[in-house]
Design a protein around this ligand. Structure first.
Ligand code: ADP
Ligand code: MG
Ligand code: MG
Length: 923
């Protein structure tokens, strides 16, 4: 194994091999090789990390330190400095980095190589004792903390003690002597805590640091993070170590450090976005210790550097063809790039940059589409504060991650987890600043609010990555975690008070502010048009009312794939008529009720047709068991008890009134009885009792052992033909009425729960009969199409004969999944599915992600057999799976023509349909 290559110089490493070199290392190599100014350095591979972790007691694998020394010699040559040289010392940073970006998960050690000797060299070179001691104390603390777990608090206490002694509040107020004292105290802390001397030999320091970085891969924070984000070994296995020549942004007013995005990650605007600090070192910007300045200011303070930074931005984008999130440092007028990675953006920014980068010629349309994760688009459909709600903010911070959220204020991550996750409440995590160990609080919170730190602070970066609203650096808020209170203006925010934050403006409000649906941006429309051009699947929406339909149109639906007619039955003014129909004693009574329902349904359908014209509207005939429209047995029983109670008291009052006449004040008793009569009419009570008793009888008669497998769907249509006939007539008459006034409509009628061709044939018979009647009466030619749902296993098996009766198939994959697994959804999800998923017995929840192997197999067979009989057979899917990207990819492969999903998921589905088509071409 000794010949194995463990270390690559930045000039040599393969910039595409993130798995081996980590994201940071690969990009440092790539940037070096395409000519950016990166300080010299090298990468130790992730494979070395894994090898080391297998048996840490054996130390670093053989050959690693030898190769490190060879590479260090090259760096010495490039920089003209010596590692451990007391005259002209080379200092390095030791940085972790795995294939997946895990912000803040593993720590970096800066200024490695400092010791009592090399410190003298720094003094001589810089002539700046203050700078030297500042670098030294930072190194001691970072090395102690990262490599040997010396708690920060021990260092912080010493730091504060010296500050107090020197009567200074800000770090910059400390003198060289103060910093010298601090480094001496830090060395003592190190020795007391670790029981060993501080390593003086730079190579010892380096070896300890390398091992520590490798070890951090299995640290709790890193492991938790990987678990939470499902980062598998295929995605990232082990961390690399990057050793990089130190450059100093804290060498005076001609030095600076900063972080920037090549475009605005919140809005997508094509403009450098970031922050910097003059005379500061790396971590200062993100740590939120000093509030950094917006990047625009650099043009005033260092015009030449601002020009170079703009150039750097262009080089990065034209090379990576992707928005970059990069770190830079200016040391005495020289600009260095220290890191770059693809920028994490919210969906709004992703969409805008995709469209603009196509227009700028950086990306092709296909690349622009594939760049966006369809599921991510849902973010754009986030609610924002209702502009009509004119409320005054109590504080303002930086708009760090857009979107608005309300929740109860909580002051630490554990509390957020208890209240937000375990108790299912909405919470806002309110902190002075956040740290990597707060990550579980982010998961549980609706939004994050901090009183310190900038737009690139930990809170901001992590919230943006998760797509959660964040307001950062709301300096007007003073947080007191001990008392679990925050103070703003004259107000106190206690834990549990309701707050609203608006991450798009930075405003913070007391109480819960109403929110509104987001608008569709012009860029999103453009992007989705491109999606429709490449997609094969048409995306339709499930909608039951003209309002829903209008919304679906706004989201770009190409028709309605499912209109559930039963939803219309549930409207307040209709339910009584529906109940009349159900409890009817005979067919005549039922027909009378249906005659009342007919014009209502006709008007419903007409409304839908008008909105959707000329797109297709698919009407599903009545599906659920009819007892779902009736009150429950329990409800009826309790109503009846109350009614008889009422009846008894009214009767009792009359008797009382009668007997009181004999007593001293008969008129009082009489008037009481009268007023009682005024409120309740005995006759009405009795009528109600009679009606409810009848209903109870009916409900009992309709009770089924297994209603989902019972008297429902087409089985109702066959046993009570007049119900389906009414719905068919309503549809066809609505079509005729539209046609008469010149509105082009394409209705489709679809029959649920079908398992034999004979069922379809009968319903088709009703339709033919009613069609000729309506055509004759209206004088219009009707084009309503006839199709079947495929949601029963037998329907899949009999697809050939069903295709003879149907012009289209629509898979109902909810029911088909239940039937295929023999799982009832509620029981599965509540009782055993989570355990099945955890134990790896099932990969996913088949009700969320279409089960391609089982349910999908049935679908493929049904498509193949159906098209065998009728090649032009149109096939689609309606229900939740129709809006799920992975399921959509499957539907594309299975040769479906359309998917139908709820309106808000239509944009997601349109993009997913484009991805499916593009990915299919690629493979
Ligand atoms: P992270 O992954 O947490 O960003 P980094 O390795 O990028 O960790 O480093 C932390 C900070 O130290 C960053 O601000 C970075 O710019 C700075 N830094 C890292 N290496 C150097 C270096 N060689 N010279 C100057 N600053 C550095
Ligand atoms: Mg970094
Ligand atoms: Mg169904």
């Amino acid at each position: 194994m000794s010949g194995k290559r463990h270390v690559y110089a930045f000039q040599d490493g393969d910039g595409k091999n993130k798995h081996l070199l980590g994201g940071k290392g690969a990009n440092l190599c790539e940037m070096t090789q395409f000519g950016l100014n990166v300080p010299p350095g090298f990468v130790i591979t992730t494979e070395t990390c894994l090898e080391y972790l297998e048996e840490t007691s054996r130390g670093l694998p053989e050959g690693v330190m030898t190769q490190v020394r060879e590479q260090m010699a090259a760096v010495e040559q490039a920089t003209g400095k010596g590692f451990g040289d007391a005259q002209n010392p080379l200092l390095v940073s030791v940085r972790s980095g795995s294939a997946m970006s895990m912000p803040g998960m593993m720590d970096t050690i800066l200024n490695l190589g400092l010791n009592a000797d090399t410190l003298q060299g720094v003094f001589e070179q810089t002539g700046d004792a203050r700078f030297g001691y500042d670098a030294y104390r930072r190194f001691i603390q970072l090395f102690g903390k990262v490599a040997l777990n010396v708690p920060d608090e021990l260092f912080d206490a010493e730091f504060d003690a010296v500050k107090q002694k020197a009567h200074v509040t800000a770090d910059v107020g400390l003198s060289a002597d103060d910093l010298k004292e601090i480094s001496e105290r830090f060395l003592r802390v190190f020795e007391e805590h670790t029981g060993r001397a501080f390593p003086e030999d730079p190579y010892d320091q380096l070896e300890i640091a390398i091992k520590a970085v490798f070890g951090s891969w299995m640290g709790k924070r890193a492991v938790d993070y990987r678990r939470e984000f499902n980062i598998t070994p295929e995605m990232a296995n082990g961390t690399a170590v990057n050793v990089c020549t130190m450059v100093f942004g804290n060498r005076g007013d001609d030095s600076a450090t900063g972080v920037a995005f090549t475009r605005n990650p919140g809005t997508g605007e094509n403009k450098l976005f970031g922050e910097y600090l003059i005379n500061a070192q790396g971590e200062d910007v993100v740590a939120g210790i000093r509030t950094p300045k917006p990047i625009d200011k650099l043009a005033d303070e260092m015009p030449e550097m601002a020009r170079q930074l703009a150039e750097l931005r262009d080089k990065l984008e034209s090379h990576y063809k992707e928005v970059q999130d990069f770190e830079f440092t200016i040391e005495r007028g020289t600009l260095y790039c220290l890191q770059t990675r693809n920028g994490k953006m919210n969906a709004i920014a992703m969409v805008r940059t995709s469209v603009e980068m196509v227009q700028e010629g950086l990306l092709s349309k296909e690349e622009a589409l594939l760049r966006i994760d369809p599921a991510h688009l849902e973010q754009m459909l986030y609610p924002r504060l209702d502009p009509k709600a004119r409320v005054e903010p109590i504080a303002q911070g930086l708009p760090a991650s857009p979107g608005a959220a309300s929740g109860f204020a909580v002051f630490d991550a554990d509390r957020a987890e208890i209240q937000g996750k375990d108790q299912g409440q909405k919470v806002i995590l309110l902190r002075e600043e956040t740290k990597p160990e707060d990550i579980h609080g982010f998961f549980a919170a609706q939004g994050i609010l901090t009183s310190r730190g900038g737009k690139t602070s930990h809170a901001a970066v992590v919230a943006r990555g998760m797509g959660k609203p964040c307001v950062a650096g709301a300096e007007g808020i003073h947080v007191d975690v001990q008392r679990r209170e925050a103070y703003v203006g004259g107000r106190v925010i206690r834990e549990g008070d309701m707050l609203t934050i608006d991450g798009s403006t930075g405003n913070v409000f007391l109480g819960e502010i109403p929110m509104v649906e987001p608008d569709f941006s012009a860029e999103l429309n453009r992007l989705l048009q491109w999606a429709d051009e490449v997609a094969y699947l048409r995306v339709m929406a499930n909608a039951d009312t003209p309002n829903d339909a209008a919304r679906a149109l706004k989201y770009g639906a190409k028709g309605i794939g499912l209109c559930r007619t039963e939803r219309m039955f549930n409207a307040v003014e209709r339910l009584p008529v529906v109940i009349e129909m159900i409890v009817a004693e005979d067919q005549a009574q039922r027909q009378a009720a249906l005659d009342k329902l007919l014009p209502m349904q006709r008007a419903d359908f007409k409304g839908l047709f008008e909105v959707m014209s000329p797109l297709p509207v698919t009407i599903r005939l009545l599906d659920p068991p009819i007892h779902e429209f009736l009150p429950t047995e329990r409800q009826l029983q309790s109503d009846l008890e109350q009614l008889s109670h009422l009846r008894r008291s009214v009767l009792g009052m009359e008797v009382l009134a009668g007997s009181m006449i004999l007593l001293h004040d008969p008129s009082a008793a009489k008037s009481e009885a009268d007023s009682m009569r005024h409120i309740v009419d005995l006759e009405l009570v009795e009528q109600a009792i009679e009606k409810k008793t009848l209903m109870l009888k009916k409900v009992r008669a309709l009770t089924e052992v297994n209603p989902m497998l019972g008297h429902r769907g087409v089985r109702l249509g066959i046993t009570f033909p007049e119900i389906y006939k009414m719905q068919i007539r309503a549809t066809l008459e609505a079509e005729a009425e539209c046609a008469a006034i010149g509105i082009e409509v394409h209705p489709q009628m679809m029959v649920p729960q079908v398992c034999t061709a004979e069922e379809l044939k009968r319903v088709r018979g009703y339709m033919d009969e009613i069609r000729s009647d309506v055509e004759q009466k209206s004088g219009q030619r009707l084009n309503c199409r006839f199709g079947t749902m495929i949601e029963v296993v037998r329907a899949c098996m009999r697809a050939e004969s069903l295709a003879e009766e149907a012009e289209f198939f629509s898979f109902g994959t909810n029911d088909l999944t239940q039937a295929t697994f023999s799982f009832s959804r509620e029981d599965a999800e509540n009782k055993f599915l989570p355990m099945y998923n955890q134990a790896g017995i099932l990969q996913d929840n088949p009700f969320e992600v279409l089960d391609a192997k089982g349910v999908g197999k049935l679908m493929q067979l049904a498509v193949e057999w159906g098209r065998g009989v009728k090649p032009e057979l149109s096939v689609g899917i309606c229900g939740e799976h129709g809006g799920h990207p992975q399921s959509i990819a499957f539907c594309h492969q299975a040769g479906l023509n359309y998917v139908s999903c709820s309106a808000p998921r239509v944009p997601v589905a349109r993009l997913a349909a484009a991805h499916a088509a593009l990915n299919a071409v690629k493979t």
